[in-house]
Write a protein that binds this ligand. Sequence first.
Ligand code: TXA
Ligand code: MG
Length: 320
Amino acid sequence: MALIGKDISSAKTFLEKGELVGIPTETVYGLAGNALDPEAVALIFETKNRPGFDPLILHTSSTDKVADFITSFPEALKTLAGHFWPGPLTLLLPRKEIVPDLVTSGLDRVAVRVPNHLLTLALLEALPFPLAAPSANPFGYISPTRPSHVEDQLGEKIPYILDGGPCTVGLESTIVGLEDGEVVVYRLGGLEISEIERLVGPVRIKDHSSSNPAAPGQLESHYAPRKPFVLGDLKQMIEGKKAKGLDFAVLSFSETFDGLERDRQIALSPDRNLHEAAKNLFAAMRQLDESPATVILAELMPEIGLGKAINDRLRRAAAK
Ligand code: TXA
Ligand code: MG
């Protein structure tokens, strides 16, 4: 079983031995290994049961350190890094040879980010190498936002989980790159598009659907609970399920429903705050997935700000 603690030197020792450690970030927990050690990177893929064509994000403690792994830093992306690192932004940049092929799945760009979590920044500062870290969940399942989520699913397979408490953002980083001088967003995430556009002007959102193996985080079915997860109008769906006598659970934006047991419903933000909803989303999906209900009914958020990224996750959870 994994030890859970706040001891950076234990985490460092395991990582230096080529082992994997669960690390906290502001977005979700990561399953981290030495990004420059192909064996440690291979172990990440094996532990997550992740297909090798799905590349990993390299984490460092500063923008300066990123220079060791890339051949150039286009101005627009540098501007974004300057404003949002440390933070929920991942940049795709032309990679140097030193980055193992396994990290990038052979692509010529490497994904890099400086996460905003004090424990992990201190760990990265202490380590002589960057960390490759996908979300610490089995491939395709809901991302972890608490140490216990990592422990439940990967606890048997890794020696240590660095306990940084619940994640403050709760959605994965927004992934951004440059194509022919145009800023492109490849994954909606914890950094809002409007924040990016404020600095670099209009961006293109690349809608990767079902079968694009170049960005499988964008596979249509992803972030998925095991139970059927159905999106729609909650009131209507609740009536329908009640009429059929089915045991269901409800995930709403803000509303709670009369006549439904407390453990069968979660409102993501009673105050209708999208940041709060994002922060609670994955823990709520897990909790309902573990409840005795046989189906989870959910509704979309308003399609503004972080609501877009939350809806992206909800749609993928429902696409099975
Ligand atoms: O917030 C996050 O980004 C979290 C924390 C732990 O940092 N990490 C995370 O990693 O979400 P992961 O592996 O679950 O998702 C990374 C996504 C994948 O969809 C992958 O396809 C894409 O980033 N990606 C990574 N490297 C890439 C590359 N070189 N080119 C295109 N896409 C890339
Ligand atoms: Mg993931």
